[in-house]
Design a protein around this ligand. Structure first.
Ligand code: GRF
Length: 191
């Protein structure tokens, strides 16, 4: 089975999945491997990590496409060249068209740094602090046409501490992201 991971930046979730996949010998246990990492940004730091770990990479700059549909069509062509069983959004900061989402229905997952359905969209950590939340967290969910909505696969909870800033809370949440995302990927592939 082939996993294709989409990133836009640091790629720490992608790296957590790659490390788990390589260290725990997923390839034998699940018959799955990370086949490719695709970024919409050429300077995404995660690309170097992927290359160093022997994974095929591709860059598709969304600014070079006239429409969202045109970008998504080329993105799908790139992804499909790796015959994906699972497409994993890991800090991929582009909204996907309904056509793209439908093409990968049931095999497209995302990680969102809030306890969904609370705080869809951006700036989740600051919004949780501003709301006075005592707990925050992260959600892995199936992707449907609507942003940050879709069947929840897994969540992890962290406390919001009195002196938290968006950055300190984000860091606490991120450590949990790295725990639950590889696990959710494995579960999807076990089905
Ligand atoms: C993570 O917090 C993820 O939940 C959000 O964007 C961030 C990406 O981090 N969607 P990384 O690129 O995986 O390090």
């Amino acid at each position: 089975k082939n996993i294709v991971i989409l990133i836009s930046g640091g790629g720490s979730n992608m790296a957590a999945i790659v490390r788990t996949a390589q260290q725990e010998h997923w390839e034998q246990r699940l018959g799955a491997r990370v086949a490719a990492v695709v970024s919409n940004k050429a300077d995404a730091k995660g690309l170097a990590f992927a290359r160093e770990h022997g994974i095929a990479t591709a860059v598709l700059d969304h600014r070079q496409f006239p429409t969202r549909e045109a970008f998504d069509a080329e993105l799908a062509t790139t992804i499909d060249s790796h015959q994906p069983d699972l497409v994993v959004l890991a800090g991929f900061m582009r909204i996907l068209t309904p056509g793209f989402v439908a093409r990968y229905a049931g095999r497209l997952i995302n990680i969102h740094p809030s306890l969904l359905p609370a705080f869809t969209g951006l700036h989740t950590h600051q919004r949780a602090i501003d709301a006075g939340c005592k707990f925050a967290g992260v959600t892995v969910h199936q992707v449907t046409a609507e942003l940050d909505v879709g069947p929840i696969l897994d969540q992890a909870v962290v406390p919001v501490l009195p002196n938290d800033t968006a950055d300190t809370l984000a860091a606490r949440v991120l450590t949990q992201e790295h725990v639950i995302y590889p696990r959710a990927v494995a579960r999807m592939l076990q089905k």
